[in-house]
Design a protein around this ligand. Structure first.
Ligand SMILES: *[C@@H]1O[C@H](CO)[C@@H](O)[C@H](O)[C@H]1NC(C)=O
Ligand SMILES: *[C@@H]1O[C@H](CO)[C@@H](O)[C@H](O)[C@H]1NC(C)=O
Ligand SMILES: *[C@@H]1O[C@H](CO)[C@@H](O)[C@H](O)[C@H]1NC(C)=O
Ligand SMILES: *[C@@H]1O[C@H](CO)[C@@H](O)[C@H](O)[C@H]1NC(C)=O
Ligand SMILES: *[C@@H]1O[C@H](CO)[C@@H](O)[C@H](O)[C@H]1NC(C)=O
Length: 391
């Protein structure tokens, strides 16, 4: 591949050469592991970090990372592979995200124990999660009836696709269902006016939520992380999705359209705003948020690697974002030579009004795993890209 001269010029500049000092993927992973702050939990926050560790293991083949994943995840299961704590009255897509690292462990060391665990999650999703009248999974039952949030597509989408690919690839019903979930989000949350192409945080098919738009059911604003989860979900599902299924073309289009929106919405600093709607850029209280910035960077770099995005159109976007992250969000003040990850907003929900004041009022947390995981994923992609370029 021919290196892009503008890109090489940027690389010759200051901070990104720090990658030569130590790759950020393993540096941050090793730091977080060494702080010993990650609970042995099946919660999606930890699962998002495990996804980053999985990418590091896949990339480095160092057994340390597989040992770590096993030591964290194994204790959440009984010897036969059922979950040690499971609330059968609590149906939420966030509970499904742990399925992805479990499938990874299964592919690394196939065992009936992991198989039982992923079968259980798949059954919970398919047979126990309530659906909207048109077939979309409720984000949380009973709390958010008839609501789909972008976040949920990351929680359950890649797992459903990987499960189908590994255990029942010829089952068209399963693949149709994966696409349907995305299609519903597209129908209700995507703004296609004048190529805007961004997606609101969620929608209520029953139009009962205080925030529901009377026509689409959508919530009022584009929240960086929800759209980031969705962007990752699209590119990750495409790892598994059969190209012979008609949904494949749709999914790649939805992914590309969102990449184009991300490119257009990128701030001059290289990052993206917490509340992304045009009229809120630069408004008092809004800020460049780190988890979402990492998610778009990961999605774009992976999209280039997999051939969904043109390298010459997108590599500059990723490079600017990556540089910003290493300068602004990586803090070299961890204990024992470690680094810390800054600037990740704690949560964002559609529990209240889903308005601007709500989103900007949530605090930021150091080493929040919902930002750490995506930055590790982006770093693996970046280091992979540099490795390829240098050969
Ligand atoms: C694992 O690595 C291979 C090749 O090195 C790559 O094609 C694949 O996408 C990686 N998997 C993930 C989940 O990153
Ligand atoms: C696993 O063991 C638990 C008790 O520890 C039991 O309730 C459950 O039915 C078993 N599950 C499977 C899949 O064998
Ligand atoms: C496809 O999977 C679903 C869900 O597991 C199952 O109910 C159905 O019987 C399967 N269809 C075929 C043709 O195997
Ligand atoms: C949809 O996008 C258009 C063009 O950017 C914009 O003018 C409009 O306000 C957006 N609609 C909503 C509901 O955000
Ligand atoms: C590390 O530095 C950042 C600023 O760069 C600061 O926000 C953060 O609180 C510091 N963390 C620790 C643990 O000292």
């Amino acid at each position: 591949m021919r290196p892009n001269p503008a890109f090489i010029a940027l690389l010759a500049g200051a901070d990104i050469s720090a990658a030569a000092e130590k790759p950020y993927s393993t540096w941050l992973t090793d730091s977080i592991i060494s702080y010993n702050v990650v609970p042995q939990s099946r919660w999606y926050t930890e699962a998002t970090f495990y996804y980053g560790v999985e990418a590091v293991h896949n990339h480095t083949s160092s057994p340390t990372y597989l040992t770590y994943l096993t030591s964290q995840i194994s204790p959440i299961l009984t010897p036969n592979g059922s979950f040690i704590s499971w609330d059968f009255a609590d149906h939420q897509l966030d509970n499904i995200r742990i399925g992805s690292p479990l499938l990874y462990l299964y592919t690394q060391t196939p065992s009936p124990r992991y198989r039982n665990a992923v079968d259980f999650l798949h059954d919970r999703l398919l047979n126990h999660q309530k659906r909207t009248p048109t077939g979309g999974f409720w984000h949380k039952d009973p709390k958010y009836p008839n609501q789909m949030w972008l976040d949920g597509l990351f929680m359950a989408g890649p797992f459903s696709a990987a499960y189908a690919a590994l255990f029942d690839p010829g089952n068209k019903t399963l693949w149709d269902d994966v696409v349907l979930q995305f299609q519903l989000i597209e129908n209700h949350c995507r703004n296609t006016t004048k190529g805007n192409n961004m997606l609101k945080h969620g929608y209520d098919e029953s139009f009962k939520a205080v925030w529901a738009d009377p026509v689409t059911g959508a919530s009022p604003l584009v929240w960086i992380r929800a759209q980031g989860w969705y962007f990752m979900a699209l590119v990750d599902v495409l790892d598994w999705f059969p190209s012979s299924h008609p949904g494949y073309v749709l999914m790649t289009k939805w992914f590309r359209d969102l990449a184009a929106a991300a490119k257009r919405q990128q701030d001059g600093s290289g990052g993206w705003w917490l509340v992304m709607d045009e009229e809120y850029k630069g408004r008092k209280g809004n800020y460049i948020e780190s988890s979402g910035t990492a998610m778009y960077t990961y999605g774009i770099l992976k999209g280039i690697r997999k051939g969904f995005l043109e390298e010459k159109e997108y590599i500059g976007v990723a490079e600017r974002a990556y540089r910003l992250m290493t300068e602004r969000f990586v803090a070299r003040n961890g204990t024992g030579g470690g680094i810390n990850w800054e600037g990740t907003v704690r949560v964002g929900s559609l529990d209240g009004k889903g308005d601007y004041e709500y989103y900007i009022g949530i605090n930021k947390v150091e080493n929040d795993l919902k930002g750490v995981g995506p930055f590790i994923l982006a770093s693996v992609e970046w280091e992979r890209y540099l490795g390829k370029r240098d050969h």
